[in-house]
Design a protein around this ligand. Structure first.
Ligand SMILES: Cc1cc2nc3c(=O)[nH]c(=O)nc-3n(C[C@H](O)[C@H](O)[C@H](O)COP(=O)(O)OP(=O)(O)OC[C@H]3O[C@@H](n4cnc5c(N)ncnc54)[C@H](O)[C@@H]3O)c2cc1C
Length: 390
């Protein structure tokens, strides 16, 4: 096992470190409170081809796999304080671009990739008002008509929706509510019949990522815009989830790294009762616990990324990475507030980190639902062992 990074990987980290000044926004706190997405900052990411980093080099992309993408998103999370922006970028990459690359036909890739490389932003739509954790309960239907489908239904809480140029939409094409009863479509956001809530949702954290609802009213989509075979929405959705639960969550590793450095610096500079607060074990142990959570979450995430790069995606490894990172980020953000005390309660980076951490336990599968999935895997393993023993 080799934990060292190669030259290309250290270059990714260096390049993003050098980009920090361009990604800095002195108005971030005000923009965060106003819930405003920054198109100029997205343009910086686009100019450096981070919005297409999975696209192969031969096509002009960066050709990153899961591990390199995780390093890039971790570095962006560390060097860009606008976590909502990086979250929107990662959702576009993992939930829109990656499934298109994995399941798109050559004709779909030829049609969509050059346009995405022009800077199009994608949104991935599966959640519905009555189908949150239970995604298979979705009501949105795609009914065959002529050489295509007519889509009717509505989606909610969709990241990037208010700023999206294209959508990856899941809709029922089968009779029931099971894994093979829905299909995935790619379409322009301005397709007739699509309406997107114009005002982004107000939310607790990740406020600079635009989020909205989408309605589909008699939206006609040609058959060639269905990704994969009819009924293959389940496996396509799983690609989005495996890549999100791994690469997207790397952004939180970067946030935690930066946060730990801020907490160490604060503990050394803040003096009470005649000494630096770092000298109190209650504080130094908090810092060590933060470091332990960060390192173990990072190892789990890197392992899941490695498995994706080996072509052996492991839902369990991705779920564990997501659980560990999201839990670590919430716990570390609470500790950071406590170490900064009143300074951590005031509007600013430390309180923003806590608000940005909270949604991580909800999107890409809630912690409870992921634990259900992992529990099922444990039972299967036990049953398998039992079979062999008997
Ligand atoms: C910041 C953010 C961005 C998002 N972006 C997108 C996006 O881009 N595209 C998209 O399609 N969706 C998106 N979502 C929606 C997200 O996927 C859902 O919020 C999530 O799946 C949970 O659904 P829900 O909110 O309806 O909660 P519910 O499913 O109603 O769950 C409510 C509570 O019940 C628990 N629960 C539910 N079922 C079980 C069970 N079987 N066992 C134990 N506990 C259970 C949950 O864990 C939770 O605590 C986003 C959400 C957030 C917060």
């Amino acid at each position: 096992m080799d934990f060292s990074l190669n030259d290309q990987q250290t270059a990714i980290q260096r390049e993003i470190g050098e980009l920090a000044a361009q990604l800095a926004d002195p108005q971030l706190q005000q923009r965060d409170l106003a819930g405003e997405f920054s198109r100029p900052l997205w343009q910086v990411l686009h100019r450096h081809r981070f919005d297409t980093l999975f696209i192969e080099r031969e096509r002009g992309g960066r050709g990153y796999g899961a591990f390199d993408a995780s390093l890039a998103l971790e570095a962006l999370g560390r060097h860009c304080q606008d976590s909502g922006l990086i979250f929107g970028l990662a959702a576009h990459l993992c939930a829109c671009l990656q499934p298109l690359l994995k399941h798109g036909s050559p004709a779909q890739l030829d049609r969509w990739l050059p346009r995405i490389q022009q800077g199009l932003i994608g949104a991935h739509a599966i959640t519905e008002p009555e189908a949150g954790s239970d995604v298979f309960a979705m009501q949105t239907r795609a009914v065959r008509e002529g050489a295509g489908y007519v889509i009717n239904g509505s989606k909610c809480y969709i990241t990037n929706a208010p700023v999206a140029d294209f959508l990856l939409v899941h809709a029922r094409t089968g009779p029931g509510h099971r894994y093979f009863d829905f299909s995935t479509f790619i379409l322009a956001a301005n397709t007739p019949g699509v309406s997107i809530s114009p005002v982004p949702h107000e939310k607790l954290g990740l406020r600079t990522a635009a989020m909205g609802d989408i309605r589909f009213e008699h939206v006609w989509v040609p058959e060639q815009d269905r990704i994969g075979a009819e009924g293959s929405g389940g496996p396509i959705f799983q690609v989005s989830m495996d890549w999100e639960r791994t690469c997207l969550f790397a952004l939180y590793l970067g946030v935690m790294q930066r946060q730990l450095a801020l907490c160490v610096a604060r503990s050394e500079s803040r003096h009470q009762f005649g000494q630096a607060i770092a000298g109190y074990q209650a504080v130094s142990h908090k810092l060590v616990d933060m470091s332990l959570r960060l390192e173990s979450a990072r190892l789990a995430l890197y392992k899941s990324a490695w498995q994706l790069d080996q072509g052996k995606p492991d839902n369990g490894a991705a779920a564990m990475a997501k659980l560990l990172v999201s839990d670590a980020c919430v716990q570390n953000s609470l500790a950071a507030v406590q170490i900064h005390a009143a300074q951590g309660i005031l509007s600013g980076e430390i309180e923003r980190q806590l608000r940005n951490a909270m949604p991580a336990q909800v999107f890409s599968g809630t912690s409870e639902v992921l634990k259900n999935n992992l529990a099922r895997q444990l039972r299967l393993a036990a049953a398998y062992r039992q079979d062999k023993d008997e």
